[in-house]
Design a protein around this ligand. Structure first.
Ligand code: GLA
Length: 664
């Protein structure tokens, strides 16, 4: 179990470093991520490297028994680089430049950025690949975080090459993007531009490819650094820190290139439900690489600096969220950062060692957690424990939120998380996976909004149902192929026959949170038919016009223009069941539908009978229970307490208390 933080010793006089190491030992720190933003200190000018200070700090850490997750330092190019090579600066869709003065001011496809980054990483790798302190490599930092998309000339040139690779023949691109529409036909790849500011709607196929390209350019930067590290003889695991459901980078494609997944998460202490969003994020990152424990590379010990109002964490909340990460598959808990900065944009951001010193609640909680983690035995692997698959897919996310749709006010992630919350409230273990990953290990799969469905995904979902799985597909699903174009034969050409329904139209509703005076239907109520076991609920966003061609109608709309028509259908197919839901229920409605399908699929909770605010997660034989609410609760779990080693027969949890129990 790793425990530690980003360590930025370059922000401090060298005399501070020995105290840092001593304090780290006191706090139980085992590993630090070193030098993430140290490029300008490692390379003061082009061709000149200063490794003396880094040698000394690495040796000091090593002598203190603190391992190093060594950064490649490429996330913030130094001022000399932007001054000498302004062409490495990224641009927005209007051609405005992102200037230096902050961080991440580089165009990922810029040849000169890549050359400079390669020179830096080569020097670092050759110097430290064999250093015994270095146990892991931290490539760059949060790729794409601030700069979601770059539209510079470097991007233009790289996009043209990327398209030529993907399509080989420009007429294949013309067909994929449907360029006969609006006279967009290309004669060569060199006529294509990035989707910069244009008079009106951009070509959706081009937009989707630009999202793929953007993710690929960031991934190429990662892969370049990874290859340099390996070529220099580095054998340690290599990672880069993810940010959960981060739209610009398709982590489902990236994960295979990381030896282990690491993730940064900052749930908002002002939001009493943010622990559920955090649980979703943990489950998503675990599902990216289920057989290798991930690490929480960054969280905060206490308040942040970057939200409009940065509340402190409640007493015990930091440890509770750490336990949540471990319970959901993490083998490391790290923070941003070790010692609170005394200058710069993040000086108000909390750290393990606060500016106010060690006589603080933060320091007490940090050292207490360090001791608890040190007491843990090696934890079970886990990663394959979930009976439920929640379908979430980056390409679909990109496509479903494109413009010019029946419903243009769709927050895809918000809808997916609503389904996740309903499962979480029932204490059911969930994997968050692309449709291709749905297989017979799961009893139930829920695909809330699977607008873009690849043939492979459709095939996996179909054989899942045939083999005995229960599938629930939401509205606006199976609408387009991977080019964002309709398939022949209408809508839902794959899931329609499987579910025994036909989709005629999407019936967009005005979102419930629209401005008060805005005309239009905002909700479509629906109710279970007699004997269905389903009650009444409220639908939003869509009230699709569907016809049950070969399915049982379980619930019908009872209000609005679709009153009397099917809302929820079920069809036995092979050994399983395929359901289709023609609307996006509100929070209570999603809960009602989830309860209905969980019961029908026979899915059991990790721990039965828990209240809403107590969560339970399974990791092999390990069960983690956490009380995120204020009232104490008694939880029935039996086994060995992983921290104390004592046998327990039930635990009592006060506010933010948690327990990890290895079952008998
Ligand atoms: C991100 C970055 C860190 C730091 C934190 C602040 O996660 O990776 O360098 O800026 O945010 O919360």
């Amino acid at each position: 179990m790793h425990y530690g933080a980003d360590y930025n010793p370059e922000q401090w006089p060298e005399e501070t470093w020995p105290e840092d190491v001593a304090r780290m030992r006191e706090a139980g720190v085992t590993m630090v991520s070193l030098g993430i933003f140290a490029w300008s200190r490692i390379q003061p000018s082009e061709g000149e490297f200063d490794f003396g200070w880094l040698d000394r700090v690495i040796d000091l850490l090593h002598e203190g028994g603190i391992a190093v997750d060594l950064a490649t330092a490429t996330a913030s190019p130094p001022p000399w680089a932007s001054a000498a090579y302004p062409e490495l600066l990224p641009q927005d869709e209007n051609g405005a430049t992102y200037w230096p003065g902050s961080r991440q001011q580089f165009a990922p496809s810029s040849p000169v950025y890549r050359r400079l980054a390669a020179e830096l990483v080569t020097a670092i790798a050759e110097r430290y690949a064999q250093h015994p302190a270095v146990v892991m490599w931290h490539v760059n930092n949060e790729y794409g975080c601030h700069l979601n998309m770059d539209f510079s000339d470097a991007a233009r040139d790289a996009f043209r090459r990327w398209l030529a690779d993907r399509y080989a023949d420009v007429d294949v691109l013309n067909a994929a993007w449907g360029t006969n529409f609006w006279s967009q036909r290309y004669g060569s790849f060199d006529e294509v531009f990035p989707p910069r500011k244009a008079p009106y709607s951009l070509n959706p196929g081009q937009m989707l490819d630009y999202r793929r390209f953007t993710s690929d350019m960031l991934l190429e930067c990662y892969l370049m650094e990874r290859e340099i590290l390996r070529a220099a003889g580095a054998t340690q695991p290599i990672t880069t820190n993810f940010m959960g459901a981060f739209k610009p980078a398709n982590y489902q494609q990236w994960a295979e290139h990381l030896d282990l997944v690491s993730d940064d998460a900052y749930p908002d202490p002002n939001d009493p439900e943010s622990f559920r969003a955090a649980a979703f994020q943990r489950d998503l990152v675990r599902s990216l690489k289920p057989d290798v424990p991930w690490i929480l590379m960054e969280q905060s010990t206490n308040a942040l600096n970057w939200r409009p109002s940065n509340a402190p964490k409640a007493p015990g909340q930091m440890a509770a969220l750490s336990a949540q990460a471990i319970g959901r598959g993490a083998d490391g808990i790290l923070f941003f950062q070790w010692r609170q900065s005394r200058a710069g944009a993040e000086k108000f951001h909390s750290a393990m060692l606060p500016h106010a010193g060690t006589e603080t609640r933060t320091w007490r909680e940090v050292t207490e957690l360090g001791a608890q983690l040190a007491a843990l035995p090696t934890l079970p692997g886990g990663g394959r424990d979930a009976p439920v698959a929640l379908v979430f897919d980056w390409e679909n996310w990109w496509a479903v939120e494109a413009s010019d749709h029946p419903q243009n006010r769709l927050d895809h992630l918000a809808v997916v998380q609503r389904w996740y919350r309903a499962l979480h409230r029932r204490h059911v273990q969930v994997d968050v996976v692309a449709p291709e990953r749905v297989d017979d290990r799961y009893a139930l799969a829920i695909a809330p909004l699977l607008y873009l469905l690849r043939d492979e995904g459709a095939a996996a979902l179909t054989s899942f149902v045939q083999g005995g799985g229960h599938l629930l597909a939401g509205p606006f699903s199976d609408v387009v192929d991977e080019r964002d174009a309709f398939r022949d034969g209408g809508f839902a050409t794959r899931l329609g026959p499987l579910s025994g329904i036909r989709v005629e139209d999407f019936g967009a509703l005005v979102p419930p949170d629209a401005a008060p005076g805005e005309p239009g239907e905002r909700e479509a109520r629906f109710e279970g038919v007699a004997g269905s076991g389903f009650g009444a609920a409220v639908g939003t966003l869509f009230a699709e016009e569907i016809e049950a061609t070969d399915a049982t109608v379980e619930a019908s709309f009872t209000s609005g223009r679709r009153a009397g028509h099917p809302a929820l259908t079920a069809r036995r197919a092979g050994r399983g069941v395929a359901r289709y839901l023609a609307t996006v229920p509100d929070e209570a409605g999603v809960q009602a539908v989830v309860d209905h399908v969980l019961a029908d699929a026979g899915v059991e909770p990790v721990v039965a009978g828990l209240p809403d605010h107590v969560e339970a997660a399974r990791r092999g034989a390990l069960v983690t229970v956490i009380n995120h609410g204020g009232d104490p609760v008694d939880v029935v779990v039996r086994g060995t307490d992983a921290v104390s080693g004592e046998e327990v027969d039930g635990v009592r949890l006060g506010a933010f208390d948690w327990a990890m129990v290895v079952g008998r």
